[in-house]
Design a protein around this ligand. Structure first.
Ligand code: ATP
Ligand code: MG
Length: 245
């Protein structure tokens, strides 16, 4: 891999008395989608939160575009061009879809100032957002809320998008829409680190894959080589994805 855009080396995270991450080594290459797989409680969300500065890095280094971001304040990390779509989506139910999008924008405060071309592109990815634009986000279905959460992450161009389990709780047809949207997103310059437990979702999108267990990365390589290696899949699926077999 050439110089990674994001590089975690030996990252440890403690939450209060709990030692959660035990030396995470993870690289994300520019322009690629890296999928982070692992069973419940493996440490995937904690890894994303540590990258965003929402948990302090107890040990180790986190480098983004050659500069250290470990334990920096979250707004600074976000201003450097990293967007985070959290597991619980972080949507404001009482605000309209439009207002939710505006709150996620750093450079724009008024709907009429949103980049019209970009907005059309987002509506193309997620048509429901156009339909509900002026309605409270609380009216959206679970799948539509996931789409709004991802749309908030791309309301302005970002260098790196961290997305936590966008397929969670979605019906298969909606997952297929989400895959199509991510495929289109991949055509742009955005680099993506996607947390997933659904291997069928992950294998259709990922360029690289890392598997976590017990607060460590236990495998990393290309998605193509994992898909081609049934023995390795068996080993890793057994380790991390039993619930989805
Ligand atoms: N705020 C917290 N306080 C204490 N322990 C926590 C906290 N958040 C997470 N943990 C623990 O850290 C471990 C890793 O949790 P994390 O949420 O990172 O897992 P995950 O891989 O995202 O799991 P899931 O697939 O269920 O979302 C778990 O054992 C969890 O119980
Ligand atoms: Mg999680």
């Amino acid at each position: 891999m050439s110089e990674p855009m994001l590089d975690l080396q030996g990252v440890h995270t403690r939450i209060g008395a709990y030692h959660i991450l035990h030396g995470v080594d993870l690289q994300v290459a520019k322009g690629e989608m890296t999928v982070l797989l692992g069973r419940n409680g493996a440490g995937k969300t904690t890894t994303l939160r540590t990258i965003m500065g929402l948990w302090p890095t107890a040990e180790g280094t986190i480098t983004f575009q050659g500069e250290s971001i470990a334990s920096r304040p979250t707004p600074e990390i976000s201003r450097r061009g990293i967007a985070y779509v959290p597991e619980n989506m972080g949507i404001f139910s009482d605000l309209t879809v439009c207002e939710n999008m505006l709150l996620a924008a750093c450079d724009t405060k008024r709907a009429e100032d949103l980049d019209a071309k970009r907005l059309e592109w987002i509506f193309g990815l997620f048509p429901a957002l156009r339909k509900f634009w002026q309605y409270p986000a609380g009216l959206l279905s679970g799948g539509q809320k996931q789409m709004l959460a991802v749309a908030r992450g791309i309301v302005e161009p970002r260098k790196l998008l961290l997305v936590d389990e966008p397929s969670k709780g979605l019906a298969p047809a909606i997952i297929q829409n989400m895959i199509t949207a991510f495929r289109e997103l991949k055509q742009t310059e955005t680099t993506i680190l996607l947390v997933e437990q659904n291997f069928n979702f992950a294998r259709q999108l990922g360029d690289q894959v890392a598997v976590m267990d017990g607060g460590r990365i236990v495998h990393s390589g290309t998605m193509a080589s994992l898909v081609a290696d049934e023995a390795l899949q068996q080993h890793l699926l057994g380790l991390s994805l039993t619930a989805h077999q």
